[in-house]
Design a protein around this ligand. Structure first.
Ligand code: TYD
Length: 214
């Protein structure tokens, strides 16, 4: 039976997660695994259209939460579940932890509502909720992330939030990480090489990438 591996990357804007996705993909491919690389909000035509709205339009936090979960549902049904069923590695840049961190902790939206939406959207027949097997959490002090982001490019709706917003988002990630062993904390306040070494160590602890394609 093929067993896919669902791996997500999380962290506040500017934490540097995106700069390691290429290397992660290469690592799993070198071990003989097929890799589906994707992102949230996004990953399908519909979800990418919703992403454009979420990242650019002002809206109340319930509307925003419904849109990210609608995008997620489409993404799960069309991309994530089929890839996992084929036994692939799904490398996803952000997933539901980002909703708890940004809409929940950042915007102060009701986390019990988010938990309900999570149960609706990630439900599977005769199986526990769909959750990542491993979440690489890039932890960086918000002040340093803001310095890294400054002048990098035209900021979107979230990137242009004040540092206080990102302090709440970072606290949201920390709370989520404390509650779930699937999180591996990566100290992102290190050189690129040292960050990668931590990623490799977190994978190795879990027997990944592994060489046997099951
Ligand atoms: P990001 O993943 O950082 O992509 P890029 O590097 O191209 O900017 O941007 C996605 C933004 O969307 C980020 O600011 C976090 C936000 N977001 C939410 O607010 N809620 C969510 O559920 C997700 C997945 C992302």
């Amino acid at each position: 039976m093929s067993t896919g591996l669902f791996l997500t990357l999380e962290g506040i804007d500017g934490a540097g997660k995106s700069s390691h996705i290429d290397a992660l993909e290469a690592l799993f491919k070198a071990a003989g695994r097929q890799v589906t690389r994707t992102r949230e909000p996004g990953g399908t035509l519909l979800a990418e259209a919703l992403r454009t709205l979420v990242l650019n339009e002002a809206m109340d936090p319930l509307t925003e939460s419904l849109l990210v979960f609608a995008a997620r549902r489409d993404h799960i049904v069309r991309v994530i579940e089929p890839a996992l069923a084929r036994g692939e590695v799904v490398l996803c840049d952000r997933f539901t932890d980002a909703t708890f961190a940004y809409q929940g902790a950042g915007r102060g939206f009701d986390e019990t509502v988010l938990s309900s939406l999570e149960r609706w959207v990630q439900a599977r027949e005769d199986a526990p909720l769909l959750q990542p097997a491993l979440t690489l959490w890039f932890d960086l002090p918000p002040g340093i992330a803001a310095e890294r982001l400054a002048g990098a490019r035209l900021p979107d709706k979230f990137e242009s939030q004040p540092v206080e917003f990102f302090r709440r988002v970072a606290a949201g990630y920390a709370a989520r990480a404390a509650a779930a062993p699937r999180f591996a904390r990566i100290d992102a306040n290190r050189s690129r090489g040292q960050v990668w070494a931590q990623i490799e160590a977190a994978l190795a602890e879990r027997g990944l990438p592994g060489s046997d394609v099951r």
